[in-house]
Design a protein around this ligand. Structure first.
Ligand SMILES: *Cc1c(COP(=O)(O)O)cnc(C)c1O
Length: 418
């Protein structure tokens, strides 16, 4: 096999003892591949973020909910967040105890609250109205709430999850009402959490919002935890040497703020963070095949099986993913050119990389979409009645293992009343 353009995966020895051609021959295409060593490394990065003994990292499952990956994350000592009853169920299946799971609810029904209450997980509510519903269902229970500190951050307005223009959290001015409802239903407020948005690459907004949540937390004297949220960014432009988020700097500053706050509060309560993307994004390369190439009115289209049913981030958020090229023979690429890399879905917007300058791509090349582990498979769909891809883990010993089979036609019809 000829690695035409593969600096990132080669340096990381991403494919272990195998290579993209062997992988798609065995498991088919498109194919999500994951590297166990990288996943473990990213877990350890964040476990070491803060020097404070009562610090826990909750993996936010919605970024990627493959059971085998959750088990690896768990084996690294991380705990778990859930955004839905389904995620509570998956976390329990991965071996988490109820008290290790924090259910961060948003506009849920009474049934969903009851499920979470019966499971015994920790629960955070997202509005005064939901706090009231929770109080009626579980008077005397323990609860936490999600604060909207009024500032947000994120790579796109759709993923900025705090600030003055988002549905999330309880605004500062509603805190007196929160206190009233807590008293009315005899609830015990054990935690406050926030999540200001996804994919920040410098620490300023995170530190600012930490200051905000801590000033609110001070008003409650019986807390067990404060949860600072996720959103830790990863460099999606590795081919152009984008620097990483400076965890040492952020961690050092957070450590200072937390230690001095705790001293004042008088109790070594737990501090949590809740990363999703940072843990899993870089552990995956999505492989797809080049089936057709054409030029339409001066634009060159590389036609692949990587439709937005497989990876929707570029279409949904205008996200950038670096692309690698692997070739099954030793024909070289003699020039670079600008191309649109597109999928096989019947929509003009089905573009995975637009006007991208790359070495010449040939039919039957395999493309590798870097950093596709977060919000990749978990946002995939059967749109156009396409089959969702398989997932393969490159294990620590370098050997591949199938961790989710590809959909079959049976999966497309399994819910019909046949
Ligand atoms: C999605 C989400 C996260 C994880 O966000 P990342 O940007 O993937 O780190 C954390 N907390 C909450 C409440 C979320 O909804």
């Amino acid at each position: 096999m000829n690695y035409i353009y593969s600096k990132v995966s080669s340096e990381k020895k991403f494919f272990g003892k195998t290579d993209p051609f062997q992988l798609i021959e065995k498991y088919g295409t498109p194919l999500y591949t994951y590297n166990e060593n990288i996943l473990r490394l990213r877990c350890r990065d964040l476990k070491g973020l803060i020097s404070y003994s009562n610090f826990t990292v909750n993996y936010s499952l919605k970024a990627n909910s493959n059971l085998e990956l959750i088990k690896i994350v768990r084996s690294e000592g991380l705990r778990a967040d859930a955004m839905s009853p389904g995620e509570i169920y998956l976390n329990r299946m991965a071996g988490y105890k109820p008290e290790e799971i924090l259910y961060i609810s948003n506009n849920v029904s009474e049934d969903e609250f009851s499920y979470a209450i019966n499971e015994g997980v920790k629960i955070s509510v997202d509005s005064v109205s939901q706090l009231t519903m929770f109080g009626k269902l579980n008077p005397g229970g323990k609860v936490s709430f999600r604060l909207n500190p009024g500032v947000g951050a994120g790579h796109h307005e759709k993923v900025t999850t705090a600030g003055q223009k988002t549905k999330f959290g309880i605004e500062m001015s509603s805190i007196p009402e929160v206190k009233k409802i807590i008293e009315k239903y005899n609830l015990r407020l054990i935690g406050i959490n926030q999540h200001i948005g996804s994919l920040f690459m410098d620490s300023e907004a995170y530190l600012k919002s930490t200051g905000n949540i801590l000033s609110i937390a001070r008003q409650f004297d019986d807390l067990e935890f404060v949860d600072l949220g996720g959103g830790f960014g990863i460099p999606y432009n590795k081919q152009s040497d984008q620097p990483r988020l400076d965890l040492k700097d952020l961690g050092g500053k957070l450590t200072k703020v937390i230690n001095s706050w705790v001293k004042e509060y008088g109790k070594d309560i737990e501090f949590k963070i809740e990363p999703g993307r940072y843990i899993v994004a870089e552990s995956s390369i999505l492989l797809g095949k080049v089936n057709a190439i054409k030029t339409n009115y001066n634009i060159k289209y590389i036609g692949t099986d990587l439709g937005f049913n497989v990876l929707i981030r570029p279409v949904m958020y205008d996200s950038h993913h670096d692309i690698e090229i692997y070739r099954g023979n030793d024909i070289p690429s003699l020039k670079e050119e600008n191309v649109n890399i597109v999928g096989n879905i019947c929509e003009t917007g089905d573009i995975i990389a637009k006007d991208r300058k790359l070495p010449e791509i040939l039919e039957n090349d395999i493309l590798g979409v870097l950093d596709s582990g977060a919000y990749g498979y978990s946002m995939s769909s059967n749109y156009n009645s396409r089959l969702r891809p398989a997932e393969v883990l490159i294990q620590a010993d370098g050997n591949p293992r199938l961790i989710r089979r590809r959909d079959t036609f049976d999966d497309l019809v399994k819910n019909f009343m046949l």
